[in-house]
Design a protein around this ligand. Structure first.
Ligand code: HEM
Ligand code: CA
Length: 357
């Protein structure tokens, strides 16, 4: 497993302030089974329907699909490792709005009153590298298997590749999703979790997608890699709950470090901090270990260790990487089946993922 040079694991506390800390704060300009399975699909209106997806769905029509996507993800990961977190987050944001149907990839139509999902406020932070990965992978797939493979399936495969490339578990991706016909910015807000959501709100939201508390805690482990903009955690640093004090559940050294880069007023809006201060490019269980040390970045991350419903899972995953990997693989499999569409009546196969066909 090759991990990019600057992603070597280092300890937050071994850092000298302030000279080395910049490594953690990057200014980003620009923003298992092969038999068919019965997916328990939750549709937008909450009803459940059974639809079939399978690991070998494209065995006849596009047998080299996984290699084609894999060549793009491997290359992208080498050239720009942030493509990993970018694509995993993109997949999550796709699945939670209209289901895993590529609706996030649609570009807004010029002059149209309703913006597409990708232009909703929370989605404007999604990095271009995720969209680029899907675009390049789709191009490679279209050259070999024109008009056959959905964008939604390509995104699901690419997200899996990056989890594995970053050191996480390898799992089989079930395929056979069709691309969705609806992409509306107004549908995004109520379906995407926020950094200041309570555990109760998070549990409820994940539950509406058919995901359990354990799934939610395991999937949050995706924050083992990637970065967040200051605005998502700045109130924790200065004015937690409007009381003019920092959140008592932030480790003092982390607090100081984060304050240096995220001033209370007038900071650079492009500055981001790593979710996992110890191994920000390695998909491992350090995220959960850090939560136990008050080193969670978002209030919603730290809250997982403070609530009795989620804390036992945090402890289990912190202590046992294999348990985390197993739970993550099972949870992302369930995530990847949320709201999937099958057939011409409900979906499309786009050639250009950013446009309806
Ligand atoms: C549990 C509720 C969750 C909340 C409140 C949450 C919130 C956030 C926020 C605020 C960011 C930073 C966005 C930015 O500043 O650009 C972020 C980034 C990220 N999220 Fe989550 N998230 C949650 C669950 C998930 C899940 C389930 C996954 C995937 C399975 C995920 C994967 C990621 C990744 C990989 C990033 C980093 C993106 C990058 O560096 O480009 N998150 N999340
Ligand atoms: Ca979607």
């Amino acid at each position: 497993m090759s991990v990019p040079q600057y992603s070597a694991s280092f300890s937050f506390f071994s850092f000298q302030f302030p000279s080395c800390l910049f490594l953690f704060f990057i200014i980003i300009v620009a923003a298992t089974s092969s038999s068919p399975c019965l997916a328990n699909v939750v549709t937008n209106n909450g009803t459940r329907r059974h639809r079939q997806l399978s690991v070998d769905y494209y065995a006849k029509t596009c047998p080299s699909l996984e290699q084609l996507v894999g060549s793009v993800t491997t290359q992208q990961f080498k050239e720009s490792p942030v493509s990993g977190p970018a694509t995993i987050n993109l997949f999550f944001h796709d699945c939670f709005v209209e289901g895993c149907d590529g609706s996030i990839l649609i570009a807004s139509k010029q002059g149209s009153k309703e913006l597409a999902e990708k232009d909703a406020e929370v989605n404007r932070e999604l990095r271009v590298e995720g969209f680029e990965t899907v675009r390049k992978a789709k191009e490679a797939v279209e050259r070999k298997c024109p008009g056959v493979v959905s964008c939604a399936d390509i995104l699901a495969i690419a997200a899996r590749d990056y989890v594995h490339l970053a050191g996480g578990p390898y799992y089989q991706v079930k395929k056979g999703r069709w691309d969705g016909m609806i992409s509306m910015a107004s549908r995004v807000e109520p379906n995407i979790p926020h950094a200041n959501d309570t555990v109760d709100q998070l549990i409820k939201l994940f539950n509406t997608k058919g995901l359990t508390i354990q799934d939610m805690v395991a999937l949050s482990g995706a924050h083992s890699i990637g970065f967040a903009h200051c605005k998502h955690f700045v109130t924790r640093l200065y004015n937690y709950k409007g009381k003019g004090q920092p959140d008592p559940n932030v480790d003092p050294k982390l607090l100081n470090a984060l304050r240096m880069y995220c001033p209370n007023y007038g900071g650079n809006m492009d500055i981001v901090a790593p979710f996992d201060a110890t191994t920000p490019f390695v998909f491992d269980q350090a995220y959960y270990v850090n939560l136990q040390k008050k080193m969670g970045l978002l209030a919603s991350d730290q809250a997982l260790v403070l609530d009795p419903r989620t804390k036992p899972f945090v402890q289990e995953f912190a202590n046992d990487k294999n348990k985390f990997f197993q739970a993550f693989a099972a949870a992302i499999d369930r995530l990847s089946l949320v709201g999937v569409k099958r057939g011409k009546k409900h979906g499309e196969k786009r050639r250009d993922c950013s446009m309806h066909s």
